[in-house]
Design a protein around this ligand. Structure first.
Ligand code: ADP
Ligand code: MG
Length: 565
C-alpha cells in the first residue's frame, strides 16, 4: 500500500507510459489490490484491476454459496451492490479522457453467471476497470491516489462490506424457489410456468424494465397448477404449459407477443421486482424466426424445403442470402442440431409461406411447384418423433386448431383456455387442406465444422470486438441482431472468447460435430469456469454465461464457416 503511494508520487508529472510501473499487487488493510493491466493513454480502454477480499470480513457465509446456483446469486448481488456504490460516489477525480472513470460490468434484469465478481472458497474477487488520471499525457499522481486510497475503499465499504445477511438470504430464497419450480416442471413435463400476478410487458421496446400499471397475469382455471416452493407457506399458483403443441391466439394488440417474449426470456432467472421472477421456461427453449439475408452453410432443410428451382440441393443447403422461409427452416434445423426441446414462434416474425398454406393455395399451386412444406405439416412430427414441443403465436389462421394440444386466447392481456372451442370449430369447419408433410419428420445429417472457418489471416491473431448484436472477428462480421435470446453484451463477448479459444486450440481439427463441439464448450464452462476460455490470465471481468444455443447461433452466422463434406 505504502509502496503504491510512493510509486504514484514518483511518477507524478511524468509521461503516461510510466504508469506501467504500478502493475502488480498491493496489500491494503481490508483487501488486496491487483493492477493487472495499465492502459496506454488516458483515452484508451481503461486499466484492469482486481480486488481480493477475505470472505470472513463479509456476510457471505459458506451456507449462502453451497450450490453453484446460490453462488451465482451471491456474485450477482455483489456486482449490483458495487455498481450502485459506484453510481452513488462523489467522484471528483480530474483529468482528460477516461481519467477517473470507475466501472464494473453492469448487469440488467437477469441473473447471469459473470466474471465481474467471483466468490472462491475464502476470497471474493471484484474486477473493475479504471481510467488512470492524466492531464493530456502527463500523469496526475495525486488524482490516482484519490482513486486507490479514497474511492475504492469507499466503494467497498458501501457494497461488499455492508451487505447484510438478511438481504443475501432473500436473494438466495428467490434462487431456491426458482430452482425448485424448474425441477418441479422437469419432473412433470411442464415446459413453461407463469405465476399469477407476474408482470410480462416491458417499459418500452428498448427497455427490459417492467411496464408500470400493467395488467397482472392471471392463469385460466383449467391451466392452473399449484407448485410447492421452499421458504413460503402457500404454494405458488400459475399457468402451466405442458410439452406438446400450444397455440396462442387472440385479437391484435391483446398481448400475444408479450406473452411469448416473456417465455423467451424465461430461460433466464430474473431479479426480485422484475415481474418475471416466476416466469420460467424450459432452459432449452429457442426462439425461431425468419431472418432473410443471413448465410446458411450446408444445413439439411429438406424436412421443410424441397425441389428448389434448378435442383438446388436442400439436404445440404448453402446460401449467402437466405429467403424468409429458408432462413426460418435453417433456424429450426440448427437449433434442433444444438439440442433444442422447445421452439417458440411468433407470427409477427415468421415467413407466412413457411407457417401456412391453405386449401385454396394448395389447389392453385400444386405441391410439385411449391418447394415449401409448411410448418403446420411438420409440427406434430417434431413432437412425435423427437419430443420437441412448440409454443406458437398465431392470430391470423385457424388451420393450427387441428394439431394443437392446447389453445390459449389472449383477451385484454388475460389468457383463456379455448382448447375445447377451437377443437369443436376444427370439427365443424373443415380446412379442406391436404397433409403435405409425409409420415415422418426425417433425419438430418450431422455437420462437422472445419478449421479455417474463423476468418483470420494466417499466423495472425484475430482482433475481436463485440457489441450486443455483432461480433467483429478478424475480417468476419457476425450479425447477431436476430438472435433474440442473446440479452447481454457480456454474453456476446463470451461468444467472442469461445470462438477465439476454438481457433487458438485448433478445436475444429478434432472433427467434432456441432453438437459435440457445443457439449465440449458447455462442459468446460461448468468445470473450469467462464474465464477459462481466455488467453489472458488475471482480470477477465466482462464475460457472462451464454447458452449453447446462442453460441451455435453465432457459429452458424459466420459467413466463412466451412463444413466438412
Ligand atoms: P399482440 O401480439 O397480441 O398484437 P402485443 O403483445 O404486441 O399484442 O401487445 C400490444 C401492446 O400491449 C404492447 O404495447 C404491450 O406492451 C402491451 N401489453 C401487453 N401485455 C400487457 C399487460 N399485461 N398490461 C398492459 N399492457 C400490456
Ligand atoms: Mg404480436
Amino acid at each position: 500500500m505504502i509502496n503504491l503511494a510512493k510509486k504514484l508520487e514518483q511518477i507524478d508529472g511524468k509521461g503516461y507510459k510510466a504508469y506501467k510501473q504500478i502493475q502488480g499487487s498491493y496489500k491494503f488493510p481490508d483487501f488486496e489490490l491487483l493492477i493487472d493491466y495499465v492502459q496506454g493513454d488516458p483515452f484508451a480502454s481503461p486499466s484492469k484491476i482486481r480486488i481480493l477480499i477475505a470472505r470472513s470480513k463479509t456476510a457471505f457465509l459458506q451456507k449462502w454459496t453451497n450450490s453453484r446456483q446460490r453462488k451465482i446469486r451471491c456474485e450477482d448481488m455483489i456486482v449490483r451492490e458495487v455498481f450502485q456504490a459506484i453510481s452513488n460516489l462523489k467522484n471528483n477525480v480530474r483529468g482528460s479522457g477516461k481519467s477517473g472513470l470507475i466501472m464494473i460490468d453492469k448487469p440488467g434484469q437477469k441473473v447471469l453467471e459473470r466474471t465481474a465478481v467471483q466468490i472462491g472458497e475464502n476470497d471474493i474477487t471484484v474486477c473493475l476497470s479504471i481510467g488512470l488520471p492524466a492531464q493530456g499525457r502527463t500523469i496526475l499522481g495525486k488524482e490516482a491516489k484519490k482513486i486507490f486510497f479514497q474511492l475504492l475503499p469507499e466503494i467497498l465499504r458501501h457494497s461488499v462490506f455492508s451487505v447484510k445477511g438478511k438481504d443475501i438470504e432473500s436473494a438466495i430464497q428467490l434462487c431456491d424457489q426458482q430452482m425448485a419450480i424448474r425441477s418441479y416442471m422437469k419432473e412433470r413435463g411442464i415446459i413453461a410456468f407463469i405465476a399469477n400476478n407476474s408482470i410480462l410487458p416491458r417499459a418500452s421496446g428498448v427497455s427490459d424494465q417492467p411496464l408500470k400499471g400493467a395488467v397482472p397475469f392471471q392463469s385460466p382455471k383449467e391451466m392452473e397448477v399449484s407448485i410447492p416452493v421452499p421458504h413460503r407457506q402457500e404454494p405458488l399458483k400459475g399457468m402451466a404449459i405442458y410439452k406438446g403443441i400450444t397455440l396462442i391466439v387472440g385479437g391484435g394488440y391483446h398481448g400475444k407477443s408479450t406473452l411469448l417474449k416473456a417465455l423467451e426470456h424465461g430461460v433466464y432467472d430474473h431479479i426480485e421486482g422484475d415481474g418475471r421472477e416466476f416466469v420460467l421456461t424450459d432452459r432449452s427453449a429457442c426462439k425461431i424466426r425468419a431472418e432473410d439475408g443471413r448465410s446458411i452453410k450446408k444445413v439439411d432443410i429438406s424436412a421443410f424445403i424441397n425441389n428448389l428451382p434448378f435442383q438446388k440441393s436442400t439436404k445440404s443447403f448453402s446460401t449467402e442470402n437466405a429467403s424468409g422461409s429458408t432462413s426460418q427452416a435453417a433456424n429450426i434445423m440448427e437449433m434442433l442440431e444444438a439440442g433444442a426441446k422447445t421452439l417458440l414462434i411468433d407470427e409477427d416474425t415468421s415467413a407466412t409461406n413457411f407457417m401456412i398454406r391453405d386449401a385454396r393455395m394448395q389447389a392453385l399451386i400444386h405441391k410439385e411447384h411449391e418447394p415449401i412444406t409448411p410448418f403446420i405439416d411438420k409440427v406434430l412430427q417434431l413432437k412425435q418423433d423427437f419430443d420437441v414441443s412448440t409454443i406458437l403465436v398465431m392470430g391470423g389462421s385457424g388451420d393450427y386448431f387441428s394439431v394443437a394440444d392446447r389453445v390459449i386466447k389472449m383477451d385484454h392481456y388475460k389468457p383463456y383456455d379455448v382448447t375445447h372451442e377451437a377443437k369443436q370449430i376444427a370439427c365443424q369447419i373443415k380446412t379442406g387442406r391436404k397433409h403435405e408433410g409425409g409420415e415422418k419428420f426425417g433425419e438430418w445429417k450431422l455437420r462437422i465444422p472445419e478449421s479455417g472457418s474463423l476468418n483470420s489471416r494466417k499466423g495472425k491473431k484475430s482482433k475481436i470486438a463485440c457489441r450486443l448484436s455483432e461480433i467483429q472477428y478478424g475480417l468476419e462480421k457476425i450479425d447477431l441482431s436476430y438472435v433474440e435470446q442473446l440479452v447481454d453484451e457480456s454474453q456476446t463477448r463470451m461468444i467472442g472468447e469461445i470462438l477465439s479459444y476454438i481457433e487458438r486450440t485448433n478445436l475444429f481439427d478434432r472433427r467434432l460435430t456441432v453438437s459435440q463441439l457445443l457439449d465440449f464448450v458447455e462442459n468446460k464452462i461448468n468445470q473450469d469456469g467462464l474465464q477459462s476460455f481466455s488467453a489472458h490470465h488475471g482480470h477477465q471481468g466482462e464475460l457472462a454465461y451464454v447458452r449453447r444455443f446462442e453460441l451455435a447461433a453465432a457459429l452458424n452466422r459466420i459467413r466463412a464457416l466451412k463444413i466438412r463434406e
